[in-house]
Design a protein around this ligand. Structure first.
Ligand SMILES: NC(=O)c1ccc[n+]([C@@H]2O[C@H](COP(=O)([O-])OP(=O)(O)OC[C@H]3O[C@@H](n4cnc5c(N)ncnc54)[C@H](OP(=O)(O)O)[C@@H]3O)[C@@H](O)[C@H]2O)c1
Length: 341
């Protein structure tokens, strides 16, 4: 693929995130929406009327479209592996929504399929492509904010919907851990490296077809003694913020999985805790480049960059990282007693 030809996208499924993604795709230089596939032609037509592209009434027809270079998979996680297999067998590259699969075993199978078919594969972990996260990673690694000691991140929303909604159906991969918990685990991994130990508790709910976690709290240890407390919830409104406490101050992130702001507040060492603290100026951590759309555009641009350079995985979301995080989530599920049948 030459450096000035647009990357031609096909969107597989027409649910909520597919619409958000399509809006950002139009804002991304060098990306073109050429097709959309749905289980029902009517859904694909309605989607195409809103966002453009050629509508297809099945996923099989979408992946067979000769104009599509890369397929974006936006189905519930339980179907990601089958959808990716379909795309690879049709010779397409794949960007697949998070979590890549339900388990690390499935993810290994997906990565093996990508390698066998010599195609690009990336989990759609937009957080890893976000310019503020990139700046934070770079500057933390350079020691600019001191030595990180503690990380806290919480991601919770009250999720409502009918009983058939994927968020409440174990057969579709319902799980606060898989839907939300993947973000604090990923950000911790991006900033501090692979977790050395995790310990988890969860609250669960029974539903036809199984039990799933609605709330999860994880304590984890990372290299160089960084300790993390991470929570995910589909039953409560948490702050969605994160803090990194270092030996020289604190970094605050709002909406930490796509931060609009990251601020470092330096703290002088306290010789006398009864003395008044000297006023300190918080320092804005500027992003490493522009945000494209809501941030999905940055992941779309990263896929385009990789395809133009002939890469088969992105250095921002390497397969090993996705697999490590899925292994951690397997382990958390084992600890809290949630299993997918
Ligand atoms: N990156 C992010 O910020 C973000 C945000 C939200 C969700 N996600 C991820 O994106 C994926 C989809 O989430 P969503 O919220 O968009 O889900 P959704 O609104 O329920 O849409 C899922 C779509 O998948 C297709 N599908 C295929 N088989 C299905 C089945 N048996 N039941 C229901 N839908 C089926 C349907 O499209 P057709 O009818 O057109 O075939 C449906 O519209 C999940 O893996 C989720 O974790 C990511």
């Amino acid at each position: 693929m030459s450096h000035d030809t647009p990357v031609r996208w096909g969107i597989l499924a027409t649910g909520k995130i597919a619409h958000t993604f399509a809006r950002d795709l139009h804002r991304t230089p060098g990306a073109e929406l050429v097709a959309v596939g749905s289980r029902r032609l009517g859904s694909a037509e309605a989607f195409a009327a809103e966002h453009g592209g050629r509508p297809h009434g099945s996923y099989e027809e979408l992946v067979a479209d000769p104009d599509v270079d890369v397929v974006y998979i936006a189905t519930p996680h339980a179907f990601h592996l089958d959808n990716a297999r379909l795309a690879f067998e049709a010779g397409k590259h794949v960007l697949c929504e998070k979590p890549l699969t339900l388990s690390s075993a499935e993810a290994e199978e997906m990565v093996a399929l990508a390698r066998r078919h010599d195609r690009f594969l990336m989990e759609a972990m937009w957080t890893a492509c976000h310019p503020t996260i990139a700046a934070l990673r770079r500057r933390l690694a350079a020691g600019e904010f001191g030595t990180p000691r503690h990380f806290h991140a919480e991601l919770g929303f009250v999720v409502t919907g009918d009983a058939g909604d994927r968020m409440f159906d174990p057969a579709l991969g319902a799980s606060a851990l898989l839907d939300m918990g993947v973000y604090p685990l990923t950000v911790a991994h991006l900033l501090f490296g692979e977790a050395e130990a995790t310990s988890a508790l969860a609250d669960t709910r029974s539903a036809p077809g199984g039990t799933y976690d609605t709330d999860v709290a994880i304590v984890a240890r990372y290299p160089r003694g960084v300790l993390a407390t991470l929570t995910a919830s589909i039953t409560s409104w948490s702050s969605r913020a994160a803090q990194i406490a270092t030996d020289t101050g604190r970094i605050d992130l709002d909406d930490f999985h796509h931060p609009s702001r990251a601020v470092f507040t330096p703290k002088p060492a306290i010789a006398d805790w009864t003395a008044d603290e000297a006023p300190v100026e918080p320092v804005e951590i500027e992003p490493d480049g522009p945000l494209i759309g809501a941030g999905y555009g940055n992941e779309i641009a990263e896929v385009g960059r990789c395809l133009r350079e002939g890469l088969r995985e992105s250095p921002l979301v390497p397969h090993a990282q996705t697999l490590a995080l899925l292994r951690q989530m397997d382990d958390v599920r084992r600890q809290v007693g949630v299993q997918f049948s």
